[in-house]
Structure formats: structure tokens, C-alpha cells
Design a protein around this ligand. Structure first.
Ligand code: DGL
Length: 261
């Protein structure tokens, strides 16, 4: 079986890594929209067009299922993608629900990091209003983190200073959980772990997304189809060979990390 993965850039590799751990015998095609990353600060109409163009290219590869491994693309396009294509499509959304549930007993607040576009969408408002009865969820966009990640900037001093500046207005004693609601952010989970006080947990949506993928494959009887060998093919909208190499390096980096907390 061939499962397509889509993100604006290398962020979705944090979700692909989880798929490779849990479903190592499928084949994967990973598409990054290198022509247009980052999506977060751009107008929604433009981003929607980019998503549909890139996914159309990915569909030409005859994939059996699609994971939209991008919270931003999921929040603005997953419903229309499901109308357009007949294959099973799984999206990812900020793990607000498990965070609120896990946090209930502590009486502390939840801080969601995500792109500006994700945080502005009705889908996000609907999600928060559904699960946040006590009004304990706050959100913070971290646009520069996507750019750092795309540059493979993992320098602890630079990224550490960035996090400290962004977190300065927050009283961290009030918070019990941080949600990484953009697939680029888990690249920095271990650094965040060092920066945040130890009482704050960190969650992201990749494990929930791959659990849903796995359940869906069973439901559709797709696991009975011919299995692959965990092979990963990379594609990008700008057809840059060096970007393909960058994706390989970034996937190695996340595969060798245990960033799920
Ligand atoms: N990785 C993406 C997400 O999960 C998008 C980041 C961006 O392109 O701004 O939201």
C-alpha cells in the first residue's frame, strides 16, 4: 500500500516518522510544497490554491490513502479534499482535546502553539469551544519557528533565545500542558523540554493521527492489500534536488529522536 503524506515543508516528517514506527511495512510518498512554505502568514485564499495544486500532483502517484500532515492545510482544506478525492484522507489538528482532558485535574491552563492561519480558522474555534468548558486554553503563533526549521536551524542558543522571548509574557506556573499544533514544532520538542518547567507536559497530534490512519486502514480492509517495505519517496513542488536531500536529513533527525512526551 502506498500512503501519501503532505505538508507545506519538512514539518510533516514528524508525522511520517510516527507512521514509519507504527506501520513500517507500508510504502510512503512525501510531498512538500517547497514553492510556498511557510503557509501560516499567507492569505487563506492563496494557501488553499497551493494545497489543491500540490495534492493534485501527489494524487498522480496513485496513492491509496492520504495524510494531510499539516495542521494549517487540514484546518482550511480537509473537508473539500474529502469531497474531491475518493481515497481515505486523514488530517491532523492541534491536540487540544487530550490536553484539556489530561490537564483537568491540575487546574492549570493549556497553551497551544500553532500557525496564525490555523488559529484563525472556524475549525479551531469550534474545536476549542467544544472541549474547553472552563476557558483554560490560550494560543500562541510561532511563525519564525517554521522558517528556522526549514533552514534546519537547530542551534540551541538561537532557538532557546527565541522560545524564551516568546514565552516571556506568560506566567508558566499557570500552565500544565503545551500543545504543539504545527507539525514543524516537534522538531524542537526536546529543546522545549529543557526550557519549560518540569510540571508542564508537551503533546502533539502525530501519534493520534497515525492511530486514526491505522484504524482506518483496518476499517477499509486496506491492510489486506499488498504490503510495502517502508520505502519513502520524496517529492516537492519546486523540483529541487537539494530539497529532497534536506528531507532525507530531516527524516533521519526525527527518526532518531524520541520527542513524544
Ligand atoms: N507544518 C504546518 C502545520 O502543521 C504549516 C507550517 C507553515 O507552513 O506555516 O501547520
Amino acid at each position: 500500500m502506498t500512503i501519501g503524506f503532505f505538508d507545506s515543508g519538512i514539518g510533516g516528517l514528524t508525522v511520517l516518522a510516527e507512521a514509519l514506527r507504527r506501520l513500517p511495512t507500508e510504502n510512503y510518498i512525501y510531498m512538500a510544497d517547497t514553492l510556498h512554505v511557510p503557509y501560516g502568514p499567507k492569505p487563506i485564499v492563496d494557501v488553499k490554491g497551493y494545497i489543491f495544486d500540490a495534492i493534485e500532483q501527489l494524487m498522480q502517484e496513485d496513492i491509496d490513502a492520504l495524510v494531510v500532515a499539516c495542521n494549517t492545510a487540514t484546518s482550511i482544506a480537509v473537508a473539500e479534499l474529502r469531497n474531491k478525492y475518493a481515497i481515505p484522507i486523514i488530517g491532523i489538528e492541534p491536540a487540544v482535546k487530550p490536553a484539556v482532558e489530561m490537564n483537568r485535574e491540575t487546574g492549570r491552563r493549556v497553551l497551544v502553539f500553532a500557525t496564525q492561519l490555523t488559529l484563525q480558522q472556524p475549525k479551531y474555534y469550534a474545536l476549542v469551544s467544544r472541549v474547553d468548558e472552563e476557558g483554560i486554553v490560550d494560543s500562541l503563533p510561532l511563525p519564525e519557528l517554521v522558517t528556522y526549521c526549514e533552514e534546519l536551524q537547530f542551534d540551541k542558543d538561537i532557538i532557546g533565545a527565541y522560545f524564551r522571548e516568546k514565552l516571556a509574557p506568560f506566567n508558566l506556573d499557570d500552565y500544565g500542558i503545551v500543545v504543539l499544533g504545527c507539525t514543524h514544532y516537534p522538531f524542537y520538542a526536546d529543546l522545549l523540554r529543557e526550557i519549560l518547567p518540569s510540571h508542564i507536559g508537551i503533546v502533539d497530534g502525530s501519534s493520534g493521527t497515525i492511530k486514526r490512519l491505522s484504524a482506518m486502514l483496518y476499517r477499509y480492509g486496506m491492510t489486506k492489500l499488498e504490503q510495502g517495505s517502508g520505502q519513502v519517496k520524496f517529492m516537492c513542488t519546486s523540483h529541487e534536488p537539494h530539497y529532497i536531500e534536506k528531507m532525507r536529513i530531516a527524516l533521519d533527525y526525527v527518526m532518531n529522536k524520541d520527542y513524544t512526551i
